[in-house]
Design a protein around this ligand. Structure first.
Ligand code: R1P
Length: 274
């Protein structure tokens, strides 16, 4: 596999830096139907992915395909309104490329969000879940290939992939705001098929609480880069075999829309304290 080089990262970052007047400190990656956070950014500079050197483009509904830079909750942020998934045909190093670019722009922490299926039987559609850890079952890793020591070490530690400090802050905010934030393990699969009921039973036995087709490659690249990570899953549906109904991306989008105000309340408060 061809690693994207630090030259390509710098070219993308330089292009973006030339369009903005601030230095982003926090990166935000928005999951399916969750890009609405971008509407709250003040003095937003909107850069279509198609304009950024070496950037892929978004092909999935609910992923707009714009990079937004501006102020949110008093912080300088860079927000991905739409992310890249490996099932779109992009390699793991390309799905994680924007994280590298965020780091090159100055980001030292990352809030990653996603729409996920609930595996834990105590969850319900519409719950928000703080990601405590992940299981990478994609069979892929963005760090395959020669290691660039400028970016990070060959064998990154993943024992606290999702920052304890930031998780504590997120839990406190949910308490203050009076809702129960679920917490659990996100398992990342390749997709694009939703899982079978047998696969969901297996994933539950493995210790997963929620399942999706993103996030793990981004978080691996972030940790490799020394970025502090916090993750929130929106449980947009219960996973296959739990309820007697088929799964659809329409339902994912509808639920994301339904929980919008609780999601925005949590993440805007969290960003202020990151
Ligand atoms: C399936 O409905 C899509 O929603 C989730 C899955 O990963 C998949 O892409 O999207 P995000 O993980 O990008 O939120």
């Amino acid at each position: 596999m061809q690693q994207l080089t630090s030259v390509q990262i710098k070219e993308a970052a330089q292009y973006i830096a030339g369009k903005i007047a601030i230095k982003p400190e926090i990166g935000l990656i928005m999951g399916s139907g969750l890009g609405v956070l971008g509407d709250l950014i003040e003095e937003a500079v909107v850069i279509p992915y198609s304009d950024i050197p070496h950037f892929p483009v978004s092909t999935v509904e609910g992923h707009a395909g714009d990079l937004l830079v501006g102020k949110l909750s008093g912080r300088n942020v860079v927000l991905m309104k739409g992310r890249f998934h490996m099932y779109e045909g992009y390699g793991p190093e390309l799905t994680a490329f924007p994280v590298r670019v965020m780091k090159a722009l100055g980001a030292s922490s990352l809030l990653v969000t996603n729409a996920a299926g609930g595996i834990n039987l105590n969850f319900a559609s519409g719950n928000l879940m703080l990601i405590s850890d992940h299981i990478n079952l994609t069979g892929k890793n963005p760090l395959i290939g020669p290691n660039d020591n400028e970016l990070g070490v060959r064998f990154p530690d993943m024992s606290e992939a999702y920052s304890k400090r930031l998780r504590g802050i997120a839990s406190e905010i949910a308490n203050e705001q009076g809702f129960s934030l679920q917490e659990g393990v996100y398992v990342g699969l390749l997709g694009p098929t939703y899982e079978t009921p047998a696969e969901i039973r297996m994933l539950r036995a493995l210790g997963a609480d929620a399942v999706g087709m993103s996030t793990v490659a981004e978080v691996i690249a972030a940790r490799h880069s020394g970025i502090e990570v916090v993750g929130i899953s929106c449980i947009t549906n219960m996973a296959a075999g739990i309820l007697d109904q088929p799964l659809s991306h329409d339902e994912v989008m509808e639920t994301a829309e339904r929980v919008k105000s609780q999601f925005l309340g949590l993440v805007t408060a969290l960003i202020a304290k990151m």
